[in-house]
Each structure stands twice: as structure tokens, then as C-alpha cells.
Ligand binder design. Sequence first.
Ligand SMILES: NC(=O)c1ccc[n+]([C@@H]2O[C@H](COP(=O)([O-])OP(=O)(O)OC[C@H]3O[C@@H](n4cnc5c(N)ncnc54)[C@H](OP(=O)(O)O)[C@@H]3O)[C@@H](O)[C@H]2O)c1
Length: 343
Amino acid sequence: MGQNTFDPNTDVPDLTGKVYVVTGGSAGIGFGIVAHLLQHNPAKIFLLSNKIEHGEDAVQELKKWGDTNLVEWKNCNLLSLKETDEVAKDLKHLEQMDALICNAGEGVGNYKNSDDGIDSHFQVNHLAQMHLALTVLPILQKTPNSRLVVQSSELHRMAPKSTAFASASEINEEDIGASSLYSRSKLAQVLFVKALLRRMEQGEVGGGGSSSSSSGSSRSGIPFMNATHPGAIVTDQQDQAVEAYGTLGKIGVAAVRPFMSDPVKKGCRSALFAATSEDVVKENIQGQYIVPDRKIDTPSDRSQDTQLQDRLWKLSEQLLESKLGVLSWKKPARNFKNLSTQT
Ligand SMILES: NC(=O)c1ccc[n+]([C@@H]2O[C@H](COP(=O)([O-])OP(=O)(O)OC[C@H]3O[C@@H](n4cnc5c(N)ncnc54)[C@H](OP(=O)(O)O)[C@@H]3O)[C@@H](O)[C@H]2O)c1
């Protein structure tokens, strides 16, 4: 294996003609991702986030990195599935999408309900972005060597042992604690990538289905999809931990901050590698968990548990259906497929 370095200034290839969608591109690591994409001449970047002031500031700040006429900010509050659905349907009209980078996230923080009455960590970090990804999947599928990048965290390993993704009431249990809420949502993100890949390979999700050619590659109409961890990075997320844990949080954050890295210089590397590097195609890096800069690491045993993957999928589908009705990306059940030919 080669070196574990990926310098976004020099190792992101020329992106002429390419189209990117980045959630949470207004601040922290997501801003670093958008800045470096812009630096390498893409055709278009859609930057999705919630707070208008962050979006406006980001676009101003991006002027240092390239032509901001190529950047379109879209207001997408992931706390609202309806709003997410509208943005997703809008993006579905694009001709191509070279990568969807699902980076937006709530950090370690207190329990609150989303607009849909669901734990906000689960919804913002996993559920709403799962719906976004699956809605635009046809565009990713028709774009050669496209990527789906899901920004998880090493903290996915710390999800509570009791996590089963068995019911909505389990997700909405308020008192599991700020760290557990975050870790559980980060585990969900790694599980999602693996569950989606398995479903696409089996032809259960997405057009085109599986192919006998090299498993998991974009040649079979399956985008390269990977989960990433960005490293320990100084961003606004630490303020959320301070809010959740008060003085204790303040002491903890003050202790670790000196060892944390810069979001623009360092925090964006694993996601940018997954989203842009030609090595992902050459080395068929598919369904993996990538840590800085570009190292494939083994995620937790639980993230590889196919039963847990399936339960998360089923629960997520149920929650989305109950809030949004019929899901455009869900294929009808196959049980009755051949009835008309069985006379
Ligand atoms: N920082 C770290 O050390 C670290 C470590 C491991 C993993 N991560 C992961 O990396 C990702 C980025 O984190 P960060 O540290 O850069 O955080 P950050 O500075 O707090 O930025 C979070 C981004 O997510 C967006 N976001 C939050 N809630 C949203 C909502 N309801 N709807 C739409 N967008 C929303 C924010 O947009 P608004 O400004 O509009 O709210 C912002 O752009 C997260 O998924 C995080 O879990 C970070």
C-alpha cells in the first residue's frame, strides 16, 4: 500500500465539468471540502445547509478559493424531512452528479426533537441524508465513477450496546445522553453505507441492479460509496458538547482542543479523497470506512452486522414513509411479480 497522504491542494484532480453536492458545506469541515473542490475548477457545487447567515458568510469566504458563481447555496434544513424532500426532488433534475458528500451533522449535544418528532441526531446525521442520497441515486448512477461519501466518525464505535434500531420509540428515548445520541447516529451512517451497497448489488435498490462485472464498481451502475472519519477537528461542534456537559464539557474541550486539527487544512482530507481521487476507482474502494488521510480502516464489528444493517434500513424506511408517504426510491415488493405468467 502506498503512503497515507492526500494533500487537497495538490492531490485533488482537475474537476473540470464535474458537479458536486455537499451538505453542511457552510462551516467547519464541510467548508474545507467545498473550498478545495472550488480550487480545482468544477462545473458546479451545490452547498446545502440550514442557517442563512452561515451560507452567506461561506459564499463570501469562498471567494478566496475560486469563482463563487459556480457555487449555489441551497437552504436545506435536515430537521425537516419535508424540506429535505423538496431539495432532494429539485436536485433529482440534474443531468449529472459526480459526488454527493453527506457531511452535515449535529455534534455531541442534548436531545431534541426534529420538526418530525424524531431524535434530531438520528434525523440530521442519518435519516434525512439517507433520503437525500436515495432520491438522487438515479443521477449518481448515470454519472460515471460517481461517489457517495458519508461523513461518520470514530465515535461510531461508542454507540450504546443496547442499540438495536428496533423501533421508533428506541430512537426517541431521551435519556441516553449527549455522547450516545451522537455515537448512535454515527453508527447508523456506517451501517447505511454497507446496507445500501448490499441492496444495490442485489438489485433491490436503484435502477440497473447488479452486474457480474467487478463487484461494487461504478461500471455496474453503483456509485463508489464510502463512509469517512475526518479526524479530530476544531469546529463549532465542540461548542455543542460544552452546551450539553456544562463546566465538565468546557474542561474536556479545553484539554483536547490543542491536539485538534484545522478543518480546512486537515479535516476535509478523507472526504475529498473519497469524493475525488481516481485511486478510488483504480483500487475499487467500495463500501469502506476511510480515515485521514486516505487509510482504509476496519469499522466496528456492529457496523458490519448485516442484521443490524437490515433493522436500521427497515426502521428508516418506515419512519420516512410515515412522514413523507410513498418514497420514490423504494421498489415495490417483488412477491407478486410473476403472477400473470403463472396460469
Ligand atoms: N469536528 C470533528 O472533530 C469531527 C469528528 C468526527 C466527525 N465529524 C463529522 O464531520 C461533519 C462536519 O462536522 P463539523 O465539525 O465541521 O461541524 P460544524 O462546524 O458544526 O458544521 C456542521 C455543518 O452541518 C450543518 N448542519 C447542522 N445541522 C443542520 C441541519 N439541521 N440542516 C442542514 N445542515 C445542518 C451546518 O449548517 P448550518 O450552519 O446551517 O447549521 C454546518 O454546515 C459532521 O457530520 C460531524 O459529525 C466531525
